[in-house]
Write a protein of this length. Sequence first.
Length: 342
Amino acid sequence: MKTVRVLVVDDSATVRGLIRMLLARDPLVEVVGEAADPHEARAAIKALDPDVITLDVEMPKMNGLDFLDRLMRLRPTPVIMVSSLTSKGAGAAIAALEMGAFDCVGKPASGQRELFGEQLLASVKAAAGQRGRTMQARAAPPAATAQRPYRSDGRVVAIGASTGGVEALIAVLSHFPQNCPPTVITQHMPAAFTKTFAERLDRLSAASVCEAFDGAPLEPGRVYLAPGGVAHLRVEGVAPPRCRLWKGEPVNGHRPSVDVLFQSVAKAVGARAFGTILTGMGRDGAEGLLAMRRAGAPTIGQSESSCLIYGMPKAAFEIGATQKQVPLHMMATEILRATSAA
């Protein structure tokens, strides 16, 4: 396999050294250069032509978001944002992902260096395979506008996503009506980011979107996003079913896990559900979606051509968990059609 060439951009020499050390553990990844600010980074990109860039959000002379915006317009390159796990950092990370950053990894807290290294390596290697098509998922035509008023049939919608999921979920939920189907979502995301992301989705959608809390009722017009890092989101009970937060161990390397959500929906709701799996690395969600289909729920996956990473939808498709694959720009229409009482 070809070596992945990485440029590390961060104003902290300590952080640059840490990233270099962690990436050096993989013989297929090479740090070819470092830059302390966007001006140095611009020169380094021209000279080194890296496959992937790791980029700090907050830097002198020009902040990371302004630099990312220019980079994506003038020289699109896969970028991994390395953000502080703060409210400000979370807001910047969500903005960066909307602007076309491939992924965002939170700077490690005490005792989390190894996990940070694993996440960073996985993101860097996945991003390298997307060079030249980093903007593709954003180029889809707008979703079709509903031609008639929507009324939910009460079916619960469960959605799972990972890398590329920020843009994908925005594309779906921005077309949900105020009385959308009751919806639960697990998106792989650092703990500090999901509240900010839920608030962003709430502003962009006519529906009410928030971070899930234990006991939250699943009713039309409500969308719940699993809190990152601290617990798995499950669905339990009837009339109405409710969100439950379960502080179990990571599943498939993730907490929250899409498989945990989907399997709970299959058990609690059965055929009165609708399963959707979106862009993302790995296999999380495939087995859970298969459980939903076996329980009688309709299921769909995002099409390869519209995915930033065709990992999770591919895994689900290969084991027969999805009944069909749908391009992102038609995803909201498909969900609303299948859950309409009309």
